[in-house]
Design a binder for this molecule. Structure first.
Ligand SMILES: [Zn+2]
Length: 476
């Protein structure tokens, strides 16, 4: 119907995608040269909105995620880190607590209980495995205090139970003492400058930092744990923030050959946006863009803390009926609501008080916002925002073309003044093609991959960007 260029030109002036005169959605003087598919490139969001296109949240839902720091296999980091921190910072009261009375182990039975409950509820997030936790032992070799068999079974539990729903990150090498990469031993002196939490205290090159991160990643690789990102312990890298971003980018790519690294370091508070930040974006506009994604958390740790000895304050995340709390605030702002905790604070030195409080928070959010939110891994959130940054939109008669150098599921867009139905043509890099007629749904909460819906004059659609080019056609 819109095959001749005259028709195309006509639609340029009367509304590019819509055959209904008067519905000017992608039209306007900014869209030029629409005779050829792929012209009229809309490169930035500013332009996108000028053309009535808006990239929405995945499935139009607010991403939720749970970042767990200071976890590893078996070793209770609260028990083992505290005396090492006390030596480096003798004046700090929180390191003088009775760590000897806390259990040395967070047992696999608790990992299983936690992981199974989260899987049942669909909770997803990030779970650290510190490779040489507090210098106690090496995840890929030997963990003094536990048998080789216990260590291997603990790693297997992480692979089988946690991996499907959780990103695995190293949290540097020890989370306590800085390791000399040449000898594999902790540095001799003990002070703030030789603790990972406050390392480095002077400028370090990207290569030096990348070598340190890669050392940690390689240990997890030897444990058959895949990683797409890293977590920094405490203030690691505070003096070298831009070098750290580049180093994480390099190290994760070097060790794991992933196409999209990410990292967790920052907590965003107050009015600050919690959207992921694209860093070191290069090869923009090509078929192989590269970047690293900085995914911030949006809450403090208000469960049992890194020593597991605090009483939780679950209402700070969400109160019983989810009418107040930081998670509620972020959900209502429609920004990623990424909550933070430390693993000893879930176990609470055996009482599980933190875990019980966490369950209450998850259930409160689910009751009020279950159909408006979506649990995602940190890597999935990173990928969605990376795709949004890397995709190139073009418009021509009756269709919207999306070049997708960075692919992601559940990509969701709004097109103003557009009617369905929608056909989705996926064009693979090797010339393979597939066509899908999207399914119409009547409510936003039903929106999932492969669906579209009419919302007033606008069309909402959700597709997997799983080909190098996607053509959305509205002319049938
Ligand atoms: Zn930590």
């Amino acid at each position: 119907m819109f095959s001749d260029s005259l028709s195309r030109r006509r639609f340029l002036h009367s509304g590019l995608l819509s055959p209904v005169v008067g519905q000017t959605l992608l039209g306007g003087s900014k869209v030029i040269g629409s005779e050829a598919v792929g012209s009229g490139v809309v490169g930035s969001e500013v332009n996108l909105s000028e053309h009535g296109i808006e990239v929405l949240l995945p499935r139009n839902r607010v991403p939720l995620s749970f970042i767990i720091d200071d976890s590893t296999c078996l070793v209770n980091m609260g028990h083992f880190c505290t005396p090492q921190f006390a030596e480096a910072w003798p004046d700090r009261g929180e390191y003088q607590k009775p760590w000897q009375q806390w259990p040395r182990e967070i047992p696999d039975a608790f990992v299983r209980e936690f992981g199974e409950w989260c899987a049942l509820k669909g909770v997803r997030g990030k779970y650290s495995i510190v490779p040489n936790p507090a210098c106690v032992g090496w995840m890929d070799r030997e963990l003094p205090g536990w048998s080789r068999k216990e260590l291997r079974e603990s790693l297997r539990l992480v692979r089988e139970l946690m991996l499907p729903n959780w990103d695995i990150h190293p949290e540097m090498i020890t989370h306590t003492r800085v390791i000399d990469l040449k000898t594999g031993r902790p540095l001799k002196e003990i002070h703030a400058g030789t603790m990972e939490n406050s390392y480095p205290q002077e400028k370090k090159s990207v290569d030096e930092l990348a070598a340190y991160l890669a050392y940690a990643l390689r240990i997890l690789k030897q444990c058959d744990l895949p990683c797409e990102g890293v977590t920094t312990p405490g203030g690691f890298g505070n003096q070298v923030k831009s070098e750290l971003s580049l180093a994480a980018d390099q190290a994760v790519r070097d060790v794991y050959q992933v196409d999209l690294p990410h990292y967790f370091k920052y907590v965003h508070t107050g009015d600050q946006s919690t959207e992921p930040i694209i860093e070191n974006f290069r090869n923009e506009g090509t078929s192989s863009p590269q970047m690293i994604v900085n995914v911030p958390a949006g809450t403090g740790d208000w469960f049992g803390g890194w020593q597991g000895d605090r009483l939780s304050e679950p209402d700070l995340y969400a109160n019983q009926d989810a009418t107040s709390g930081r998670m509620v605030e972020l959900i209502q702002r429609r920004e990623p609501a990424v909550m933070l905790c430390h693993w000893p604070g879930m176990y609470s030195n055996g009482t599980k008080e933190g875990f019980i409080s966490f369950q209450r928070v998850v259930e409160s959010i689910e009751r009020r916002f279950g159909t408006e939110t979506l649990w995602m891994k940190v890597s999935e959130i990173a990928r969605y925002w990376a795709s949004k940054a890397a995709c190139i939109f073009s418009v021509s008669a009756g269709k919207l073309v999306i070049d997708c150098p960075m692919q992601t599921p559940m990509f969701t867009i709004r097109i103003q003044d557009q009617k369905g139905p929608v056909r989705c043509h996926a064009l693979g890099a090797k010339g393979d093609q597939s066509v899908q007629v999207l399914r119409e749904v009547s409510q936003v909460k039903q929106l999932e991959s492969g669906c579209w819906m009419q919302e007033g004059d606008d069309l909402l659609l959700c597709i997997d960007l799983n080909a190098s080019k996607i053509e959305l056609r509205f002319d049938s």
